[in-house]
Each structure stands twice: as C-alpha cells, then as structure tokens.
Design a protein around this ligand. Sequence first.
Ligand code: LLP
Length: 415
Amino acid sequence: MNSFIEKVDFFKGNSVESIVKEYGTPLYVYNEDILRDRMHNVSQIITKYEFHSNYSIKANTNFTILKTALSEGLYADAMSTGEMMMLLKAGFPAEKIFFVSNNVGADELQFAIDNNIMVSLDSLSQLELFGSLNKGGKCAVRINPGVGAGHHEKVVTAGKKTKFAVAEEDIDKIFEIADKYDLKIAGINQHVGSLFMDPEPFLQAVKNFLRIAKKFENLEFIDFGGGYGIPYHKLDDEQDFPMESFKAEFEKLIDEFVAEYGYAPLFKTEPGRYCVAESCVLLGRVHSTKQNSGVKYVGTDVGMNVLVRPSMYDSWHDIEIIRDDKVVSRDNLVEQTVTGNICESGDLLAKNRMLPESKVGDIAAVLDAGAYGYAMCSSYNSRPRPAEVMICSDGSVKLIRRRETFDDLFRLFEV
Ligand code: LLP
C-alpha cells in the first residue's frame, strides 16, 4: 500500500497543515469512522449467545473515546480506581464495568465494592482480602489457562512465566476461600497477552480455559480477555486479524462447552488495541536532519515521551511523510533513522527505516498510534503532553484533549 492516509481519506479533506497550525505538534489525531467501525466489529465477535465486549480502557482513556464505546454498545474493563472513575464519569453505569485487578490494596477493592462494580481477583491472597472486605459478596477470579501470546515477552500475561492469575492447580483453594467468606464465584476471566495476529494460541488458551471452567458450578459469566492484533505493517500489505474465520473457530469451542456445561453463561471479551489503534495518526514535525557515521537521522518532536512503544518494546509503527499537505510518494525510499527530541540514545521512533527522503519542515505521520500511545505518554524532560483531536464523521475537527501547559507541570509543587 502506498499510503494508508490517502487510501482511507484519514483527514476527510481537512488540510493537515491547518490542523497543526491550530493545534500544534506533536498531535494525536483520531478518525471517528475508523474508531466506530472497529468498535462495532468487536461488539459482534459472538452473536449466537449473550455476549459483552468490554473495551479495555487502558489502551486509551480519552473521554470522547469512552463515550464512543458506550454509544457502540460496548461495556468496559478497568485496571485501577482511576480507570473506574473515568468510566463512571464518562457515563458507564456500574454494571457495565469490570474491575480486572492486579495486586491492589484494600482501598481499591473497597471503591469497587462501594460502587457495585464486579471485581476479578488475581491471586488467592487477593481473594482472601476481598472476602474479608465483602463477606457474602460476588466476584470473579482470573485463571491462568496455561498458554500465553503477545508481541513481546513484556506483554505475555499467561503461561509459565507471568505474575498474573491463579494457576489451575490452585482451584480447590479458590473454593476453600469462597466457602470461608461465603463468596459466590460468579465468573472467571483470562487474558493471554496483547497483540496476536495468529488466533491459534488464543484458541488453544480458550480450549484450556473452557475445560477449567467446567470445574466451576453455576458460572454467570466467562471472560476470555483481549489481545486481538492489528496490522502495524500495513504499508507492507500486512493483512488484518482474520476476524471472520476466528469467529467461526471460537464459536465452535463455545458450542462444545455449552453442550457439556448444560447452559450458556454470559460470554465476554476485553479488546483494547483492536478498538482504537488504527483510528489514530500521530503527527510530528521534522525539526532537523543530519548524517552521523553514515546514518541519516531525522529529528522530530515525537519523542519517547509522546510514544514510548518503539523504545519500550522495539515496536514498529509505519510512518508516512507529509509535505505541503500531500503524502510524499513511496516510489523512492532512503534508509533513515527517525528520532525524537528526548535526551536519551534510545529515543528512536524508527531505526534504519526505508522512507521518502525527509526534509526539515515535513510532517511525520505515525500510523496506528491510538492504543497505548497517549495512554503511556509522559512529561519526561519537562515536555508537556500533546493534544488530541478528532476528525468527526461529519468532517469537522474537534479538540478532545487540550495540550498540557507549563502551568500544568508546575501545579503539583508547593512553590
Ligand atoms: N484485558 C487485560 C486483563 C489486559 O491486561 C489487557 C492489556 C487487555 C485486556 C487489552 O489487551 P489488548 O486487546 O489491548 O491487547 N502497552 C502494551 C500493551 C499492554 C497490554 C496490557 N494489558 C503495548 O503497547 O503493546
């Protein structure tokens, strides 16, 4: 593909230069149509049984995005008190929120209990804590299905090497703790890891998980977690996650389970990245170019403070170059290393990347930046965090989070 931006008319006819003139760079720009399309897709993963897709808000907590998820019929999962508060503030009723906790204190569990939010506990000791706070209550337990998957070892959350979930061999202890505190284990959940393009390991985990599920009586819900991938190498024609064939395989496993279990509990999933990643292009300005020991460096204002994924996981994000409001053709490519403006050698956005030759003043448009982009950004090097805008379905451009100011940075100090 020569240009994703042109193929989908990402900016809907708006001039990129006028957008950055008004809002500055670096700038996260979302496209509402793409966002709604992906959110709609995940709401339809299972259609035969009662099913909820919980948007995993850790990928992106922008209020406008949360409200869009709500209007697309999604439920949500939260990882912290802050995320639960964001969801409540965005208008999610408590019964649409699932708190998938990990190593939390009594105060976080108490917040969920007080707000009638369903909680998943991820160890026996946390189940004890929950039981002591909420005798006779209801909760879920996160189980390790024994198989993990993901784009980097840092994001694999099941299998042998992980801090997450309760192992299958400890299931009897779950029942003992539940008896002790008169708890109802209403649901079980898993999450194998983030970003798989091949559904096979996930389906294997589902198989194991459903085998384990049969050890629990009267389950109200079973939550399979998230992790569905998106094509980060789309300019090299990487294909989408095979949602249609995946759905068919998934449904087969669920059919078999329902036949044996005797009834269908509510089924859930927790996609984050799939919902938001592709709906966002991150715009940065090329401020300098230079040659160091034979390497051509392109210096932008998209540092690791703005998008940390490449420095943290060596993640790949496609980049398009925009000059005079037009995407520069990829007919002639030159090897370049795209960096940010942070005082670290690891501040690399793309290493030895074949790109159109970049010039000072160009816009570097970083694709697929909507998931774990703004959510993981920081004000490192005292650079205020960027703004976010939405290209709405009607073509209008709306500011959905203002740029952080220097005053915002100073506000926490007693000076
Ligand atoms: N459910 C649970 C319990 C999770 O821990 C996660 C992500 C999700 C759902 C959503 O996963 P998704 O569908 O987005 O893959 N910062 C990393 C990804 C970390 C994911 C953490 N957990 C990255 O930028 O790739």
